[in-house]
Design a protein around this ligand. Structure first.
Ligand SMILES: [Cu+2]
Length: 171
């Protein structure tokens, strides 16, 4: 009588752990985004935001490096690599999709090649780093909740696209 209930508790814990881990595997495991070890890294991305991101990143041309949304909660800044490996060359944003809390500054750091960051039609934020350039950097602070879908002008044809979901902090 005692044993079955104990086992059920253990099984539940295991399932919760697995669900927690699944939420972090967007970009090759947890801890990818820096510290995030305080339990604040879980963000509740609405299904509406998720479907906007997914329909943008999987539309033709699809971003071939998009797998799931990487969550980086509880951080004041987050970094997206520009010109990371993907889409047949150094034509990717990495992570392709990122969720942050409102108030977070996202820094786009150029790794290789000539690129820019430009808001797509379905975007709540007017991201614009200007013309494509080499060795650039761009930052944007997400003060409000919403979805930013964006692309690189010269490489959008091969799927160089990205998304940032800003989630109201405290959620
Ligand atoms: Cu590009």
């Amino acid at each position: 009588m005692d044993r079955p209930s104990r086992r059920r508790v253990l099984a539940t814990t295991g399932a919760a752990l697995a669900a927690g881990l699944a939420g972090c595997t967007g970009d090759g495991g947890d801890g990818d985004g820096g510290d995030g070890g305080d339990g604040g890294s879980q963000l509740e991305v609405s299904s509406e935001a998720q479907s906007r991101v997914e329909s943008y990143l999987t539309a033709d041309p699809a971003a071939d490096n998009y797998d799931s949304i990487t969550t980086m909660g509880g951080m004041s800044s987050a970094t997206v690599d520009v010109g990371a490996e993907g889409n047949g060359g150094n034509f990717a944003f990495a992570p392709a999709a990122l969720a942050v809390e409102t108030g977070t500054t996202v820094n786009w750091e150029w790794m290789a090649g000539s690129h820019n960051v430009k808001a797509a039609e379905d975007s709540d934020f007017d991201l614009d780093s200007g013309s494509a350039e080499q060795d650039g950097s761009y930052e944007f602070t997400f003060d409000e909740a919403g979805v930013a879908n964006y692309y690189c002008t010269p490489h959008q044809g091969v799927g160089m696209k990205g998304s940032v979901v800003a989630v109201a902090s405290g959620n």
